[in-house]
Design a protein around this ligand. Structure first.
Ligand SMILES: Nc1ncnc2c1ncn2[C@@H]1O[C@H](COP(=O)(O)OP(=O)(O)OP(=O)(O)O)[C@@H](O)[C@H]1O
Ligand SMILES: [Mg+2]
Length: 502
């Protein structure tokens, strides 16, 4: 059977990087093709070419055996291609309806037909089970909801070919389930789906085949039924990757660095007490909605607290601090790299030095460019950030490499405590490994780490101790040598926070 969509010999260079070299990809109607590869492998670039956002240097694209030209997003649309991009592209100041129909407002005698527009979008939102109204301004929506708006916008075009570039990274589990249902029904209608993700479990659930890219070239394509997750990882990285512990758990005994007692936030956190000692990695373990992120937000002043005593040792012993003061002392890395204030139009160098400008000033109170450059080069090397040079704009880095820049920025300030909330979300297996190794290295040098991850296997590779959360409380403490079954037992049957609130 000849493929319905064929990309062949796709080549694309950016200044300093060969993003794609001769990529070959085939996709079929009624099937979902997974596109996988390490951060920077070229997945988004390839999809940008198909979506008309980037122009290829060489190669051919054909649909149903006929070669087509795609020079702009408009061309792509004319060929029935819709694209949900990796980074959100909604216009925050516009309503949901306007965003969904942004490029093709229904018109009546040349005027925008507001009624038809609202009716059409309302139907789309219902299909996606979205709980918000078509008249809501997008800036009032959560990241997950905004992503759903983008997806609705793609569906509005009734595409023949639908591309998703890491669509689930900001979706809740419920939203993800809905998306998967919609993908299933699109497949039944004969749509070609191309699905870019780092989540292996997702592609085994919804895709028929997987094509793997490495360094801008196609490694191969496999049927999902004939490949194992480990084989895909090997294709992506071209080497063996173990899931073994990176450091054996060490028992405490060191000096306390942070103590928290009686932390309360009405309906969210209840009497949280904890201690983190110097040089240890503490895993905050609990189900989604157990209050882990809420705890981090309360500790760092992002959300108000009703009561609680925080003490932190900034050098001269434990002292009482406010959450806002604590915020200035810790390196906070979360999965939301835009919210972390990455300046996308600025260079990698500027972004890396942003948090430590104070230490880079010369005697004229000007930024010492030589030291800034040296700092950037050092961090780029330590974190293995894939850039052509430190002057490259952060916005042009692959998603995973942007996350490394967030991490690197804090690393430069030498905090005594890191709080990592899903720090490896969106990173490929190799990059995850590097981040985890870095955490272990930091801990060995005396830095403490509080780490949240939904992936228990990830916590189990580095943690010295676990705090188990449920319904906004820390319900148990487990040693770093606990077995997976003990960790699972500790949270099984524990309702998430939402259940508490309702
Ligand atoms: N607009 C651009 N300007 C310069 N370089 C770019 C641009 N877009 C992508 N690149 C480079 O091309 C390479 C491939 O990046 P791409 O975004 O396609 O990777 P990816 O596979 O999508 O990675 P991730 O999983 O992290 O999203 C990277 O080295 C990236 O820095
Ligand atoms: Mg990408």
């Amino acid at each position: 059977m000849a493929a319905d969509l064929v990309l062949d010999g796709i080549t694309k260079a950016y200044p300093g990087v060969q993003a794609l070299s001769g990529v070959h990809l085939e996709a079929y109607r009624g099937q979902a093709l997974a596109l996988m590869g390490a951060n920077g492998a070229g997945k988004s670039t390839l999809m940008n070419v198909l979506g008309g956002i980037a122009r290829m240097d060489a190669g051919t694209i054909s649909i149903d055996g006929a070669s087509i030209e795609i020079g702009s997003p408009r061309d792509a649309k004319a060929h029935g291609i819709a694209f949900v991009q990796q980074e959100l592209n909604v216009v925050p100041s516009m309503t949901v309806a306007e965003n969904i129909l942004i490029s093709d407002f229904p018109t009546r005698a040349g005027l925008i037909d507001g009624k038809a527009m609202r009716r059409h979008t309302a139907a789309l939102l219902e299909r996606l089970n979205c709980p918000f109204s078509v008249d809501e301004t997008v800036e009032n929506l959560s990241m997950g909801d905004r992503q759903m708006v983008e997806i609705a916008g793609a569906l509005a075009r009734e595409p023949k070919i639908l591309i998703f570039d890491e669509p689930t990274s900001s979706l809740t589990n419920r939203e993800k389930r809905k998306l998967f249902e919609v993908i299933l029904s699109l497949k039944q209608q004969g749509v070609v789906i191309i699905y870019v993700t780092h989540f292996l479990d997702e592609i085994f659930e919804i895709c028929e085949r997987v094509t793997v890219l490495r360094n801008g070239a196609t490694v191969g394509t496999r049927m999902m039924g004939e490949v194992t997750p480990l084989e895909i990882v090997h294709m992506m990285l071209g080497q063996n990757h173990s899931q073994e512990r990176l450091s054996e758990p060490r028992s405490g005994g060191n000096k306390p660095l942070l103590t928290v007692s009686g932390l309360n936030r009405q309906g969210v956190l209840a009497d949280v007490n904890l201690e983190i000692r110097e040089g240890e990695i503490v895993g905050l373990w609990g189900l989604l909605g157990s209050g882990r992120t809420e705890l981090v937000r309360a500790l760092t002043g992002l959300d108000p607290i009703d009561a609680g005593d925080l003490r932190f040792d900034a050098g001269g012993g434990l002292r009482t601090v406010t959450p806002q003061q604590l915020h200035r002392q810790v390196g906070l890395v979360t999965e939301d790299r835009r919210g972390e204030g990455l300046l996308l139009p600025q260079s990698v160098r500027q972004n890396l030095s942003l948090a430590s400008l104070g230490t880079l000033l010369n005697s004229f109170l000007m930024i010492d460019r030589r030291r800034e450059q040296a700092l950037a080069r050092d961090l780029i090397e330590r974190l293995g950030i894939k850039v052509s040079n430190p002057a490259q704009r952060v916005g042009t880095l692959s998603g995973g490499n942007q996350q490394k820049v967030v991490f690197g920025r804090w690393l430069a300030t030498r905090p005594r405590l890191f709080i990592l909330d899903e720090p490896t979300r969106g990173l490929d297996v190799g990059a995850k490994n590097e981040i985890l190794k870095l955490a272990v290295e930091l801990a060995r040098s005396g830095v403490s780490i509080l780490m949240i991850s939904s992936e228990i296997e990830e916590l189990m590779r580095v943690c010295d101790r676990y705090l188990v959360m449920s319904r906004g409380r820390i319900i148990e403490e487990l040693s770093g040598s606990s077995a997976k079954s003990q960790l699972m037992d500790a949270v099984s049957g524990k309702a998430p926070l939402e259940a508490l609130a309702s």
